[in-house]
Design a protein around this ligand. Structure first.
Ligand code: ZN
Length: 348
């Protein structure tokens, strides 16, 4: 409620809660990018798909990527995008490992969010770092709205008792955790077993609001599919949510019908997984959307808008697009969103 006693939820704009920042660091962002020979064509394809128009090896790439993303958000139905930092990989002893394909420092996403009103900053901190709690406090102070981890790629055993303090501090600060679940094929995996949503029990028991990215769905044909386990956990943990990121690539989106059912749909938030490509072919082939919606969405060059419109066409509710407002840490930037851009009517 605002000062006039009006309920704000009626004017909340949709938020894309799963948007990646990448950078090569040549312009001083602090990011790094290590794209192996096999992933180079895939990375080039993704950048072409989103329309950045600058080579990922160019000194101006980081700035171009961020500016392009801000423009896509501005020109879409979205009120904001939660942009994700990406921490480095650490071992059990808290030693940094020379592993991973990209790094995005917390300071960089915090800075981008200060510069662009379209962005809300999600930081990334491996809880095994010697300075994990200090870094968490520093990021809270700087306005973090969420914390992102890929337990399987970052090598985080979330259920390890030694991380309890870290989760408790997050719960106390009401900072939600966006944790990757299910297989992963664009970032190298350290521990396959940490793809299981059951690996998130300890943060959930500590009272952290956890958003299981991809809702436990599998990304490769041979991966285990944890969607059913994720659904079972929803009844057990009222503070567990899921997102629909990368549902517009084949395989991940196979559970759309179940995602629209009561009991599950009230616990999902909108996310695209930008710059992961967005195609309507799969949704159309599975009859999640009709031909006209498929054609209409394919004509949208703004991939954030395309993902949004495809999910509208699939039948996701207005609440689904705005739900994350109630899960994000209430910073001034989050509060401002509720009054700035009125929510757009969802086209059915
Ligand atoms: Zn992602």
């Amino acid at each position: 409620m605002d000062a006039q006693g009006n309920a704000k939820h009626s004017t909340l704009p949709p938020i894309d809660a799963h948007v990646h920042i990448v950078g090569n660091g040549l312009g001083g962002s602090g990011c790094w990018l290590r794209v192996g020979t096999w992933h180079r064509p895939l990375a080039a394809f993704m950048l072409h798909h989103i329309g950045v128009g600058v080579s990922m090896r160019a000194p101006g790439f980081d700035e171009a990527y961020a500016n392009h993303l801000a423009k896509l958000v501005r020109e879409s139905s979205l009120g904001a995008a939660v942009i994700l930092a990406q921490d480095e990989v650490y071992d059990e002893a808290g030693q940094k490992l020379n592993f991973g394909s990209f790094y995005v420092p917390n300071d960089y996403v915090l800075q981008l969010a200060r510069e662009h009103p379209e962005f809300l900053p999600a930081v990334s901190i491996h809880p095994g770092r010697a300075d994990a709690l200090n870094e968490l406090d520093r990021c809270l102070e700087a306005g973090a709205v969420m914390l992102k981890l890929l337990p399987n790629c970052h090598n985080v055993d979330c259920n390890a008792a030694r991380y309890r303090k870290f989760w408790e501090r997050m719960a106390e600060a009401r900072l939600p955790l966006l944790a990757h679940t299910g297989g992963e094929h664009t970032v190298p995996v350290v521990q396959k077993r940490f793809s299981d949503p059951r690996t998130l029990r300890l943060p959930l028991e500590c009272g952290v609001t956890v958003i299981a990215a991809h809702s436990g769905t599998k990304s490769g044909l041979t991966d285990p599919d944890y969607f059913e386990d994720f659904c079972d956990m929803l009844t057990e943990y009222p503070n567990l949510y899921g997102d629909t990121s990368a549902f517009n690539v084949p395989i991940r989106g196979r559970h759309v019908r179940a995602c629209l059912e009561a009991g599950v749909t009230e616990r999902l938030v909108h996310g695209s997984d930008y710059p992961v490509p967005v195609y309507g072919h799969w949704a159309w082939a599975q009859r999640f959307i009709g031909w006209n919606d498929f054609r209409r969405c394919e004509r949208l060059t703004n991939v954030l808008e395309r993902d949004y419109q495809l999910k509208v066409a699939m039948g996701f509710s207005e609440e689904y697009f705005t739900r994350v407002h109630s899960l994000l840490r209430r910073t001034a930037a989050v509060e401002r969103l509720g009054v700035q851009k009125p929510g757009l009517a969802v086209r059915g």
